[in-house]
Design a binder for this molecule. Structure first.
Ligand code: 4AD
Ligand code: MG
Length: 466
């Protein structure tokens, strides 16, 4: 069998009939009658299967019996024009090798139960489904497109540390990293003696690579990070993970408007890349889960996003409440918007993605550039249909005095941030950046509604399997 080189299913489906070919993969289904069996074979190269036609007279009954859903096989045969109208070509089997059996009584991926909720309970096997194949391929394509977008613009990919002493967002929901024996913690004057810890200080997993990103941007101009990010916020929602991936570009000499323009261009580029390169998978997801998906993707790349100040946004929401709209959470100037509010603005009021700017300084991080009004900062959040916030960013405070003042005001430690403050001490420049939540982007692009379904191995409160 091996003298013939294996061809991937994706390529076979677009090949001309006539030649002998070798396909390898996992059996999706087997049907047929005594004389002839039809096997749908998938190898993960595409969501589509190749049909194998098996003349039962040519093969052992025992072998055919073992070709069940989930089993892995290699098939040598002739690629012929298909008689069925489901596919252009199929393989007329000449030789079949069974690599691995798959007991139908025990295999957890069964046709009868493929709900996403069920699949989460067998997450180690769910990657074998068409749904997760499609999601993994789209995820890969988006990762590739992200690097391509920034590379084409001359940005430098900067790797920022995962273990850090800094709480960039000041939100405090960090996972501690320690080698101290938790059953016998060394103490010094009633406090934990972190001097005895591995790094000689208290360290955590990063919540953002931004602050280190600013070191890079103020050195080589334009950088981006793309890596895992950890947040110990106890939010069991369909949009939060404890471990997610974030893309954080940071640009010297960009003001917040340049920042917004780049962010809009970036997400449109990614959505268009998906439409141009992942159509089979998108069609599958569109038909199976969300028949508005492809339409929504197309609509987003075709229109300018709506720029709205936070203050205007609050006014719109207050008017909506006046007119009878009910929200679970209260809303007034000074509150952080909840996802229901964000979605109202995007889906009900404007009918397109919204870029919200100029937030009250008290609901945003210390590093955002302060506006002249003394009340607001030059932040920008991009809000998307079905999801809410997908991007958060800002122009950064470039003034040494203002930055230090704000750090003190918030009761943060200047000492721990000396390295960061140095960027403002030495050759400070106006600069901006943003963070795109990779899984939030994937929620949008795949149409999935739970973030646990767009990452292969989700980490959420009380769940860190594998
Ligand atoms: O708005 P955030 O907290 O912004 C930052 O971390 C800034 N340092 C970014 C920057 O300016 N460089 O997070 C950015 C994005 C959010 O808009 C959201 O898409 C995603 O990260 N995100 C999460 N995604 C999944 N699970 C979570 N728990 C998330 N928290 C934030
Ligand atoms: Mg945010």
């Amino acid at each position: 069998m091996e003298e013939l080189k294996r061809t991937k299913v994706k390529e076979l489906l677009y090949s001309n009939p006539g030649a002998d070919v070798l396909a390898k993969g996992w059996v999706r289904t087997k049907r047929g009658n005594k004389q002839v069996k039809f096997i749908a074979l998938n190898d993960g190269s595409t969501v589509n299967n190749i049909q194998i036609v098996v003349n039962t007279e040519l093969f052992d009954d025992e072998l055919i019996a073992k070709i069940t859903t989930g089993a892995s096989i290699g098939v040598k045969g002739t690629l012929v024009e298909s008689e069925g109208d489901q596919q252009a070509v199929e393989i007329q089997a000449k030789e079949i090798e069974l690599y691995g059996e798959c007991d139908p009584m025990k295999y957890p991926i069964q046709k009868k139960n493929t709900s996403l909720e069920y699949l989460r309970t067998v997450a180690h096997m769910r990657l074998r489904t068409n749904t997760f194949g499609a999601i993994l391929r789209i995820r890969h394509n988006m990762a590739f497109a992200i690097h391509k977008f920034f590379n084409d613009k001359g940005f430098v990919y900067l790797n920022t540390p995962l273990i850090t002493e800094s709480d960039a967002e000041g939100a405090g929901d960090m996972f501690q990293v320690t080698t101290l024996d938790l059953a016998n913690v060394p103490m010094h004057k009633d406090k934990v003696d972190f001097g005895k810890d591995f790094f000689g200080k208290k360290t955590s997993l990063t919540v953002s690579g931004q602050l280190e990103g600013e070191l890079g941007a103020t050195a080589v101009g334009e950088i981006y990070t793309f890596g895992p990010t950890f947040r110990a916020e106890n939010s069991n929602t369909p949009r939060h993970l404890a471990e997610f991936w974030m893309i954080e570009p940071e640009m010297a000499f960009y003001d917040n408007y340049d920042n917004m323009a780049l962010a809009e261009e970036f997400v449109k580029y990614l959505v268009k890349y998906a439409l141009d390169n992942c159509m089979d998978d998108l069609k599958f997801l569109n038909d199976k889960y969300d028949d508005g998906l492809i339409e929504r993707l197309r609509s987003v790349i075709g229109i300018p996003f709506q720029v709205v100040t936070y203050t205007e946004g609050i006014k719109i929401l207050e008017d909506a409440i006046q007119n009878g709209t009910q929200f679970e959470y209260p809303v007034h100037w000074g509150t952080d918007l909840q996802s229901e509010h964000e979605r109202y603005l995007v889906e009900k009021h404007f009918g397109k993605p919204v870029i919200l700017i100029d937030f009250p300084k008290d609901i945003k991080a210390f590093y955002m550039k302060q506006n002249e009004d003394g009340k607001t900062v030059r932040g920008m959040d991009i809000l998307f249909p079905k999801i809410g916030e997908i991007i958060g960013g800002s122009e950064r405070e470039a003034s040494l005095e203002k930055l230090e003042e704000r750090i003190d005001e918030l009761g943060m430690s200047r000492k721990n941030l000396e390295w960061y403050i140095d960027t403002r001490r030495f050759g400070s420049v106006p600069h901006s950046g943003f963070g795109l939540g990779f899984e939030r982007l994937l929620l949008f692009v795949t149409g999935m509604s739970n973030i646990r379904d767009v990452i292969p191995f989700p980490r959420t409160p009380k769940n860190a399997e594998f």
